[in-house]
Design a protein around this ligand. Sequence first.
Ligand SMILES: Nc1ncnc2c1ncn2[C@@H]1O[C@H](COP(=O)(O)OP(=O)(O)OP(=O)(O)O)[C@@H](O)[C@H]1O
Ligand SMILES: [Mg+2]
Length: 249
Amino acid sequence: MASEIELVDIQAGYGRAAPVLRGLTVSVPAGTIVCLVGPNGAGKSTVLKVASGLLKPRSGRILVGGVDVTGQGPQRMLASGVAHVLQGHSVFREMTVAENVLLGGYTLKDKALIAERTALVKDLFPVVAQRWESLAGLLSGGQQKQVEFARSLMVNPKVVLLDEPSMGLDPKATGIVFEQVVRMRDAGTAVLLVEQNARRALETADLGCVLDLGRVHISGPAAQLLADPQLGELYLGGRPAEPTAAPKR
Ligand SMILES: Nc1ncnc2c1ncn2[C@@H]1O[C@H](COP(=O)(O)OP(=O)(O)OP(=O)(O)O)[C@@H](O)[C@H]1O
Ligand SMILES: [Mg+2]
């Protein structure tokens, strides 16, 4: 299957510091959720920043839909169909929910299309519709996250990069976000997901990649990674909830 986005042999880092990513290769086919797993500081957010053009790699290549887009900035990447929902909160607090969401569609020229997408995201996220005219800064953290998510969907992206989308959300809002991730996948979007709750994310994902020392250390079907007891201990906060029965000694 052709990959919607591919990062090939990426070296990347910050300033003069040693590289964070050291020969990282990862690809996400259309209609697939790939989950990146790794401890704090492993470079998960850095991978997403490279993928969305926020951080230029020192070497390596980035392909979107098979086209080499290495070195392009975030605006061009968004125009190429790559949307990035950043870790933490990034709504404009002094702007209304409406203004925040419509910013996501600023590359769209067609008014009818903007109206159609607006109706769609309002339907997906009722809180966005209910608080449409409110200042975004007056919403709770979890509600703000839903505004961000709605903003990223305005361009109907081919690739969605999600950095800890459930951070700070209650179980209901987390459920809504994961539902949307699955819907996007089913509609053919390529999703690269980083999630604090790696177990939950791998349960939703199709493929998983474990980052270690700036590279993909292990990759495979998400179900396979979930079932691996050693990975469970190291990265998933303990053993699987229902381990296969081991003989008692
Ligand atoms: N803006 C920055 N300037 C300098 N160094 C940075 C910057 N952002 C991240 N780093 C460094 O890069 C490394 C990887 O950070 P990154 O944010 O990619 O990790 P992460 O896997 O997303 O961690 P977390 O699970 O805590 O979100 C860390 O050592 C971090 O200190
Ligand atoms: Mg991070």
